[in-house]
Ligand binder design. Structure first.
Ligand code: FAD
Length: 392
């Protein structure tokens, strides 16, 4: 064999697997069709890379088998990656909700991975497309590219999901799974802004740029984070989170200013100054443009003093029990991740190897394990990559 391990995909998961396999003195080659490695790390977290979450645990992931990720996350935890970041003297901070970001640049994380990879003597070849993969009859694989063919004992597929095709995302990993009769869970864009049509869209467009704390719920799932009105509909962390649970045709329930007793606040305003307009009173709680828009919906009475408790409760219900039905999502063009992928029932959770194809591994986003927003997706890439690197 030319190599012990060939890894396709030089993203977060592939580089972590290369480092770990290389440390075990395996001869490792990483192939990627892109010009540069780890492009998604570079653009992640607004250029600062939310590289993990200190609270990362199995409950922060969506998968048809919610237990599958437990083993990897336990064997290589957020604390393990944080220790690696500290060893490389990369400064970082917690932004919110356990989310850790680089102080300076996401490029620090890429430099960390490339330094570790070189130390582990793993090779990296960029701008290399894969023409085909051939299983070798007595074990192993032949990887054929337009320029060369190389054989390996273990093959790790780390080609990510379909999100942001502009950045090199392809359905390659799913094609390889199909080639080897490995089942797939249907894929969908996730962590993605939701779009609207008609009058609702016009109303949201008029508010584009307005942001406020909100709770978004779908079934029993709910998130409390910032909501953002956009020219296409709704976005912001709270919408990205709930989008992973939303399906075409479903409604999303919104509660603006969760935890704030808007009714009591409006009653107090009515007592302080009964001659003010409803929108003026609302503006003490909400961004001005939103207060104005809601005020216009309930503009039948001039003075706040004329609003009965019943009517004020209706205004509060409008703000805090608001059901909206998105027309769709912005799709893979802007989605941060892809839900679904290689069915975890076909993989060994201790090694990430396919149960029916010895030597073939799938790691990272290509697998049906998808994290919430907040550093969980990189943690899955580190954990699953580390585990495969111990075995391949
Ligand atoms: C804008 C944006 C911001 C994000 N921010 C965060 C964040 O802050 N925190 C977080 O946890 N997650 C974030 N994510 C999600 C995170 O980037 C992914 O979950 C993670 O990169 C997945 O790692 P991966 O190694 O599995 O795949 P990827 O990082 O996507 O790497 C796959 C690699 O495979 C290569 N490849 C694909 N097809 C082929 C092919 N046919 N032949 C050869 N090579 C191929 C690609 O070029 C790429 O280098 C963000 C995603 C986006 C899009």
């Amino acid at each position: 064999m030319d190599y012990d391990v060939i890894i396709i995909g030089a993203g977060a998961a592939g580089l972590m697997a290369a480092i770990e396999a290389g440390k075990r003195a395996r001869k490792v080659l990483v192939l990627d069709h892109a010009k540069a490695p780890a492009e998604k790390i570079r653009i992640s977290g607004g250029g600062r890379c939310n590289f993990t979450n200190i609270h990362a645990g199995p409950n922060n992931f969506i998968s048809q088998n919610p237990h599958f990720c437990k083993s990897s996350l336990k064997r290589y935890s957020a604390q393990d990656f944080i220790a690696l970041v500290r060893r490389h003297r990369i400064d970082f901070h917690e932004k919110t909700l356990g989310q850790l970001f680089c102080d300076h640049s996401a490029k620090d994380i890429i430099a960390l991975l490339l330094t570790e990879m070189r130390a582990a003597k793993a090779e990296l070849r960029l701008e290399t497309s894969i023409t085909r993969i051939e299983p070798i009859s007595d074990g192993g694989f032949r990887i054929v590219t337009p320029d060369f063919a190389k054989t390996c004992t273990s093959l790790i597929i780390a080609t990510g999901g379909k999100s942001i095709p502009k950045m090199g995302a392809t359905g390659f990993g799913y094609e390889i799974a199909r080639q080897f009769d490995i089942p797939l869970v249907e894929t969908r864009p996730a962590l993605v802004p939701l779009t609207f049509e008609g009058e609702r869209l016009e109303a949201f467009q008029a508010l584009a740029g307005v942001s406020l704390p909100a709770r978004a719920s779908h079934g029993k799932t709910r998130f409390d984070e910032a909501l953002l009105f956009t020219h296409r509909g709704l976005s912001g962390p709270v919408i990205l989170q709930i989008s992973s649970f939303w399906r075409e045709g479903d409604s999303v329930r919104l509660c603006l200013l969760p935890g704030v007793d808007i009714f009591e606040a409006l009653k107090a305003q009515r007592q302080i100054n009964g001659r003010q307009a409803l929108s003026t009173a609302l503006a003490t709680l909400l961004p001005k443009r939103l207060a104005q828009a809601i005020g216009e919906e309930f503009q039948e009475l001039k003075n706040l003093a004329d609003y009965s408790d019943k009517r004020l409760r209706q205004v509060c219900a409008r703000l805090q029990e608001w059901s909206v039905t998105p027309a769709g999502s912005e799709g893979y063009r802007t989605a941060e991740v892809t839900l679904g992928g290689v069915d975890t029932r076909a993989l060994d959770s201790q090694t990430m190897m396919a149960k029916t194809v010895p030597g073939l591994y799938f790691i990272g986003e290509v697998v049906d394990v998808t994290g919430w927003l907040g550093g969980y997706n990189f943690q899955w890439a580190w954990s699953s990559g580390w585990v495969a690197g111990q075995s391949a």
